[in-house]
Design a protein around this ligand. Structure first.
Ligand code: PLP
Length: 263
């Protein structure tokens, strides 16, 4: 049995966060383990409240879990506070013995409605975590905040993705173009010896109802494929296809479909 671990915030609607990750893991045939970093109060329109879990309890969840169950891949989502992020970092060090499983980081900074999901002072800790990641999957805004690059041009997006790899130390970066006007192409940059290989991946805009959690679903799908043993480029390609299909099912269900259709 292959096991994927999500360390993420709770979204009671199941559209995003840990609940969405576990649904994606199940759909892709891997067992989903989950550590909660934060509770949220939200409906499918907006986030009403965020309550970080007591930081040492986040660490205890990870330590006790990984002493017993070794995941084949790990995904990090919402971290809420610097104290929680630092305890996640300590927890991941417990996983570092031997060959650590690949780590995918969705560097969640805020919800689509603008609610902050990570406090500003935690950015330094998030950057250290990115240095441990096989892959980081920012949207354009997150890539700009993490690197200081102006992502309004293609060259700026390329500079940001390269900086995530060369300056912050991620093995690869997938900068998602879904929030851009025009074609929603993603950029995948992979460390290749001392240099970096850039791949622009063509995207197609799919007109859905007000679904959220697309970013969570993409990172979770890539994590599931890595847990199944795919290489990183294959996991990214299959993860993008999985989310495109889920968006198409939502679009078919019409404007009132509020969730991604995984099945
Ligand atoms: N709630 C949780 C727990 C999340 O992790 C996220 C995104 O990562 C959201 C809400 C917001 O999702 P969206 O940005 O799609 O609104």
């Amino acid at each position: 049995m292959r096991i994927a671990l999500s360390i993420a915030g709770s979204d009671p609607t199941g559209g995003a966060g840990l609940q969405a990750d576990l649904q994606v893991f199940r759909t892709l045939g891997v067992h989903g383990a989950g550590v909660v970093t934060a509770l949220t109060v939200q409906d499918s329109g907006r986030v009403h409240q965020v309550l970080p879990v007591f930081p040492t309890v986040v660490l205890d969840q990870i330590r006790v879990l990984v002493a017993d169950v070794r995941p084949h891949a790990v995904k990090l989502g919402m971290l809420a506070s610097d104290d929680v992020a630092r305890n996640v970092e300590l927890g991941l060090l417990a996983l570092d013995a031997g060959t650590p499983p690949p780590l995918v980081i969705d560097p969640v900074l805020e919800a689509s409605d603008g609610t902050p999901l990570l406090e500003r002072r935690a950015i330094g800790t998030l950057e250290r975590l990115i240095g441990m990641a096989a892959l980081v999957t920012p949207n354009l805004q997150e890539a700009a905040t993490l690197t200081g690059c102006d992502v309004s041009t293609q060259e700026g997006v390329e500079a940001a993705a390269c900086a995530l790899v060369s300056n912050l130390g991620a093995g690869a970066a997938l900068v998602k173009g879904g929030h851009r006007d025009g074609p929603p192409d993603d950029l995948l940059v992979i460390r290749d010896g001392g240099s970096q290989a850039l791949h622009w991946l063509e995207g197609q805009r799919i007109d859905t109802g007000p679904v959220h959690g697309t970013g969570c679903a993409l990172a979770a799908a890539i994590t599931a494929y890595l847990a199944r043993g795919d290489t990183l480029p294959t996991a990214v390609e299959r993860g993008r296809r999985f989310v495109a299909k889920a968006l198409e099912s939502s679009a078919e269900a019409g404007k009132l479909a509020r969730f991604l259709g995984y099945f």
